[in-house]
Design a protein around this ligand. Structure first.
Ligand code: HEM
Ligand code: HEM
Length: 471
């Protein structure tokens, strides 16, 4: 049965240095995007309490909101996940990167797209109401080029593996990149971009961006980092494969649950709801696999912040996705659609799941690559401020969003729902500020693990730094 184990041989030193340099550069630039995007997020949050705060065309809500969402998606999460995917592919396949040059080209393309997209949005150029596709389409072509380069490089790396099987993590990461190439191409084809076709493609794109890009890459990290940190195989390899295929079957069709009660065909909406329920299969299967791998190791978990970040990420995946299934029911959409409850769900998943998964992966693997560790104070501050901040963020918007929806449902004047939301928006600002502070600490930790002078890694973790095999 394939599993992660330590093996003695090491790749040639130059290849190893290249891999580490690529991993460090992706993580460092992603961290800069996290700082930038979430500083904008906090500014947006403050604007709910004080709409006149930071006026001026360049700082309007309409321009800054897509800057925040696109920068978190394509600057922060995408770059960090690709850096981790490269490292995991090379290590678990016991080989070197197919091409370090392609990795650098990909890094440049991702960053050029994110910088150009941010500037375009702030100057008021945007592709309108296409959520998460607001960058003008030529810029999205640059992003697509970055994806193609990444797919080629990851597949090339896995193809030259010296191991017999392809370890589960690579199924998820390579699958995720390939699906996203398809999704990004569909989203750019001009002949779907009008009428109801545009609405369905919008649902297809936005849900698959989260479900077929961020989700499989984050799950791929869990499948690699958890066995490595706990020194035990994943609970069930077969369950991981089963979750992979069911994710592929159920996810791509659920996008229309974003457009219930619209003129989209009723059968399409119902299909999206049915498949949203079916998503419980891969979500619960995958989460059970991770939790059962951790079972009986609470003491180890409590002593490792990398494991704690992963644990929160798994809970975020389980709770956020299960919440999504409920949110897809027509009866609950009546209350929650267009309210701040959905913003709570977005952050429970993209933050509580994806972002925590990245942090867990970075803290688990970066010290093994660079042999430098962050300080305990840095880890403690980052973890607790992020957990408490996001908890305040998600709870306040979930409660406030429900009250907002009930106000609308009961026909209260619109301004009543604004008044009712006031204190919840203030709490979101408090939670958001804590989250941003935690990102500053994370940036410091990344600096120490990469280019700065971090503490030398403990000797027993050195041993674990040997390349792994899926056999
Ligand atoms: C797998 C089970 C999931 C289901 C069934 C589900 C369902 C939903 C539903 C029904 C909405 C609300 C649509 C609306 O009222 O407009 C929504 C929104 C959203 N979901 Fe999920 N979700 C799931 C998992 C996830 C995951 C894992 C992520 C992130 C990785 C995610 C990210 C989002 C985002 C960002 C939005 C906001 C979209 C927008 O801007 O309107 N969801 N989801
Ligand atoms: C300090 C941390 C953060 C703060 C304060 C923050 C704040 C905000 C605010 C104020 C909005 C606009 C909500 C609205 O239109 O009503 C928003 C939207 C959004 N943010 Fe964040 N954010 C943070 C971190 C992140 C991160 C790290 C991600 C992704 C990895 C993310 C993803 C999103 C998404 C997907 C939306 C659109 C939500 C929807 O339409 O449902 N945010 N955020």
């Amino acid at each position: 049965m394939p599993q992660v184990t330590a093996l003695p041989s090491a790749p040639p030193e130059r290849d190893e240095r290249m891999l580490v340099a690529v991993f460090c550069a992706y993580t460092a630039t992603a961290t800069l995007w996290l700082l930038f995007a979430t500083a904008i997020g906090v500014l947006l949050a403050y604007k709910f309490g004080a709409p006149d705060f930071a006026p001026g065309a360049w700082l309007t809500f309409g321009r800054l909101r897509p800057i925040h969402t696109n920068a978190t998606f394509y600057g922060w999460a995408s770059l960090a996940l690709v850096g981790l995917a490269y490292y995991v592919a090379a290590r678990s396949c016991r080989t070197r990167l197919y091409s370090a040059k392609l990795a650098w080209i990909g890094l440049a393309l991702f960053n050029i797209a994110a910088v150009a997209g941010t500037i375009a949005l702030d100057l008021g150029f945007n592709d309108g109401n296409l959520e998460y596709r607001e960058w003008p389409w030529p810029i999205r072509l640059i992003f697509l080029a970055a994806l193609l380069v990444t797919a080629w490089n990851l597949i090339g790396t896995v193809a030259r593996r010296t191991t017999h099987d392809i370890y589960l993590s690579n199924w998820y990461t390579v699958g995720g990149v390939l699906w996203t190439c398809i999704i990004a191409i569909v989203a750019i084809l001009p002949w779907y971009q009008h009428g109801l076709g545009q609405v369905s493609v919008s649902g297809f794109y936005m849900h698959n961006a989260v479900g077929m890009w961020f989700t499989p890459l984050a799950l791929g990290i869990f499948y690699y980092a958890l066995p490595k940190l706990l020194s035990r195989p994943i609970y069930s390899y077969a369950l991981g494969v089963f979750a992979f295929w069911t994710n592929l079957v159920f996810y791509p069709i659920i996008g229309s649950h974003h457009f219930l009660f619209t003129p989209l065909p009723w059968w399409l909406q119902t299909t999206a709801i049915v498949f949203s329920v079916a998503m419980l299969v891969p979500v619960w299967g995958g989460s059970a696999n991770f939790l059962l791998t951790m079972r009986g190791r609470m003491r180890t978990m409590a002593h490792s912040y990398a494991l704690m970040f992963i644990f929160v990420g798994v809970v975020g995946y389980l709770v956020g996705s299960t919440q999504g299934t409920f949110e897809a029911f027509r009866s609950l959409q009546e209350v929650w659609h267009l309210t701040n409850f959905t913003v709570g769900h977005s952050h429970l998943t993209m933050y509580g799941f994806v972002t925590f998964a990245i942090w867990g992966g970075v803290y688990a693997l970066l010290p093994l690559a660079t042999h430098k560790e962050p300080s305990q104070v840095g880890l403690t501050l980052h973890f607790w401020m992020a957990v408490v901040g996001s908890f305040i963020y998600v709870i306040s918007l979930s409660v406030g969003g429900t009250i907002q929806g009930l106000d609308w449902l009961h026909g209260a004047p619109f301004i009543q729902s604004v008044i009712d939301m006031q204190s919840y928006w203030v709490w979101r600002g408090v939670g958001g500020s804590l989250m941003l502070l935690s990102h500053v600490v994370f940036a410091w930790n990344v600096w120490r693990m990469t280019y700065g002078s971090g503490a030398p890694i403990e000797p027993d973790r050195h041993a674990a730094a040997a390349p792994e095999s899926p056999e």
